[in-house]
Design a protein around this ligand. Structure first.
Ligand SMILES: C[S@@+](CC[C@H](N)C(=O)[O-])C[C@H]1O[C@@H](n2cnc3c(N)ncnc32)[C@H](O)[C@@H]1O
Length: 272
């Protein structure tokens, strides 16, 4: 079972504060600027490249973990018949705005979906890591038929360790795919092409940390007593938020570490 429907505040923040329509790391080419404009261009390139992997003959597509719907919109424009799926109600709202009021959106985790039908293609754009690993391929089998395919992009752990635990270990993922009867028809390593997004995010995080420091410092000086009370009441929550912003996130956004430990890959898997 996936977690009950709730809004992912991190993804909502990226969408609303940085205006990101797509919620993945993008695919940088040499000529793209290493700034937020570059991230937007890289995200378009990534989605275009992923859509190019869909084979001829595919009509119906389930966009699994569809985010705010930009990939589905591009699929629709390319002549496919996409449906969106996400357990996040905010994504449901945005999906209908982006893809159209007549579009089909499933408010559900992939693990829990029971649409009573199959699709020509399941598309995962940086969403496999959110899905229960033991349920991933059994559910893919339930929602496809022989001849269907899976097109996906995500980052994978190179080996088991404490880093990015949510992501599949790539060798395990490939083994599971083959045991379930999916042939690996295409694989491309795009790790180097996603690294600039991490560097840009790290730069933005540094600004965020300075803003937090400035806010706390100003509050403490202006209202010392109130600051003490706030710390007494919300001390634990504040400490947790600080640990996230100053320890956890910087580790995740460290591009050198990411390159050592992770592989970002695009796949097409075909069901025999
Ligand atoms: C990193 S975002 C990617 C969004 C979009 N595919 C894109 O490329 O912009 C991950 C997406 O997976 C969704 N998600 C989280 N848990 C899920 C689950 N159990 N099943 C399916 N999707 C899930 C999130 O709500 C979000 O829409």
């Amino acid at each position: 079972m996936s977690r009950p429907a709730s809004t992912d505040e991190g993804l909502k923040f990226l969408h609303q504060v940085f205006g990101m329509k797509m919620l993945h790391l993008g695919l940088f080419t040499d000529e793209m600027p290493r700034d937020l404009h570059g991230v937007e261009a890289a995200q378009h390139e990534y989605t275009r490249t992923l859509i190019d992997l869909i084979p001829e003959g595919v009509e119906t597509i389930l966009d699994v973990g569809c985010g705010t719907g930009d990939t589905s919109k591009k699929l629709l424009e390319a002549g496919f018949r996409p449906e969106g799926l996400s357990p996040d109600p905010f994504h449901g709202e945005k999906y209908r705005e982006t893809v159209g009021p007549e579009s089909t959106f499933h408010l559900s985790g992939f693990e829990d979906l029971r649409p009573g039908r199959t699709y020509d293609c399941l598309l995962f754009s940086e969403s496999p890591q959110y899905i229960d690993k033991d349920m991933f391929f059994p559910k893919c089998l339930e929602l496809t038929r022989p001849g269907s395919c899976i097109v996906l992009a995500d980052f994978f752990q190179k080996d088991h360790d404490e880093y990015y635990l949510k992501a599949f270990v790539e060798s395990d993922f490939r083994g599971r795919a083959e045991r379930a009867g999916f042939e690996i028809a295409y694989h491309r390593d795009i790790t180097r092409e996603v690294l600039p997004s991490l560097d840009i995010s790290m730069e933005l995080l540094r600004y965020g940390q300075r803003i937090i420091h400035y806010g706390e410092d100003s509050f403490r000086r202006a209202r010392p007593l109130l600051w003490k009370i706030v710390k007494m009441i919300y001390g634990r929550k504040l400490a947790k938020a600080r640990a996230y912003a100053y320890e956890d996130l910087p580790k995740r956004l460290d591009s050198a570490r990411f390159e050592r430990k992770m592989r970002y890959a695009m796949y097409r898997l075909e069901r025999a």
